[in-house]
Design a protein around this ligand. Structure first.
Ligand code: KG4
Ligand code: ZN
Length: 351
């Protein structure tokens, strides 16, 4: 591609984001406008409010992402945008914005699958830093986000095979729900991690073995299930409170959070290791918002016998760089989208 930058736009949930990425890897700019403080007061993302804020934020975010270069349009060769999965109204803002730019600038438009993009976070590096080694194929991907928990075989660029998925809640969703029961702020994952580390008023880090919590037994499958764990955690929390309004003591909160986090991380790693033993892969790619979890990052590298890739924290959660990076590899295979691109709120990756 003569113009080596892709402009990536992401509006699938509660982050309005845009980024410039060179040749699928080098992140030249990456701007994320988070709506967390707005949705926090409701305890979760309100779709209508998210869409309205995307509309207000998209142009300023795009301007900021392009402002790092004197004449960005001389270098931008394509416009990429998340087309799904995600909230329909939120996706529409990004897709229509991307279409308008692609039309006005006469550039190709590429609709990107948000799940695929999370996996491609493992190819990114910040401009001005040394690129890490490239993941080798075939690779196994553990994709864990707010809406998805999946084990995927990636045979080569663009070729994905679903091995297992959650039968009920996604890992991030389980973090969010239990955090909410504990009275911790949205998004629950980072709050729960902080509680587990003893950073919410406790005198020490939480003990991951303080409370025995169940790990789902799912036979020979590579699926996940977190609803039983969530219910057990809910019962445990209820039993620790004298009344529903009663706060839990900070040290006990740390122990509950650490025990719950351990159960989720353990379940994710167990299934991943089983898949690694069964399928001969050359790398493990951890991806999605839950890949930001410190305990998962710490433990998974010990348990896998192949090189483990986990994006830096800012490329785990939603951003435009993963979208632009993915689009480059799509373009390299000759895949692009017409201006009739539509949103696909229930888009899947494979299987
Ligand atoms: O990938 P993402 O930003 O959005 C989706 O595509 O869903 O993932 C968001 C999810 C939320 O459920 C959030 O609680 C979780 O990732 N998450 C974490 C951590 N940071 C974000 N879960 C556990 N520990 C974290 N540090
Ligand atoms: Zn995401």
């Amino acid at each position: 591609m003569e113009r080596s930058l892709v402009l990536g736009i992401e509006t699938s949930c509660d982050e309005t984001a845009a980024a410039l990425v060179r040749e699928g890897r080098e992140v030249v700019s990456n701007v994320v406008s988070s709506q967390i403080t707005i949705h926090q007061q409701y305890g979760g993302v309100v779709p209508e409010i998210a869409a309205r804020h995307h509309l207000a934020n998209l142009l300023p975010v795009l301007d900021e992402a392009c402002a790092v270069l004197d004449d960005p349009w001389k270098q931008i060769g394509a416009i990429a945008v998340t087309s799904g999965p995600g909230l329909a109204g939120a996706l529409l803002v990004g897709v229509n914005g991307a279409k308008a730019i692609a039309f006005a600038r006469k550039l190709p438009l590429i609709g990107v699958n948000h799940l695929e993009a999370h996996i491609y976070g493992n190819w990114l590096y910040d401009s001005g830093t040394q690129p890490g080694p490239l993941p080798e194929f075939p690779a196994l991907s553990l994709l864990v986000s707010g809406g998805h928990s999946e084990l995927i075989l990636m045979h080569r660029h663009g070729h994905f095979e679903l091995l297992g998925r959650t039968r009920d809640d996604a890992a991030g969703e389980a973090f969010d729900k239990v955090a909410r029961i504990l009275g911790l702020p949205y998004p629950g994952g980072p709050s729960l991690q902080r509680a587990a580390e003893g950073k919410l008023g406790a005198s020490r880090p939480g003990d991951p073995n303080a409370f025995p919590l169940p790990r789902a037994q799912l036979g020979e499958s590579y699926d996940f299930s977190f609803s039983g764990l969530k219910t057990a955690a809910q019962r445990l929390i209820g039993s620790l409170r004298a009344s529903p309004e009663e706060p839990i003591l900070p040290d006990t909160l740390a122990d509950v959070a650490a025990s719950f986090q351990e159960a989720v991380v353990d379940a994710l790693i167990r299934q991943t290791v089983r898949a690694l033993e069964r399928f001969h892969v050359r790398s493990l790619l951890v991806a999605g918002g839950v890949a930001a979890n410190g305990r998962l990052r710490e433990l998974i590298a010990y348990r896998a016998h192949v090189p483990v890739f986990i994006p830096p924290l800012h490329y785990c959660t939603d951003n435009g760089a993963i979208i632009a990076g993915t689009a480059y590899f799509q373009l390299s295979r000759g895949v692009s989208t017409g201006l009739d691109l539509d949103v696909s709120p229930n888009l899947r990756l494979a299987g």
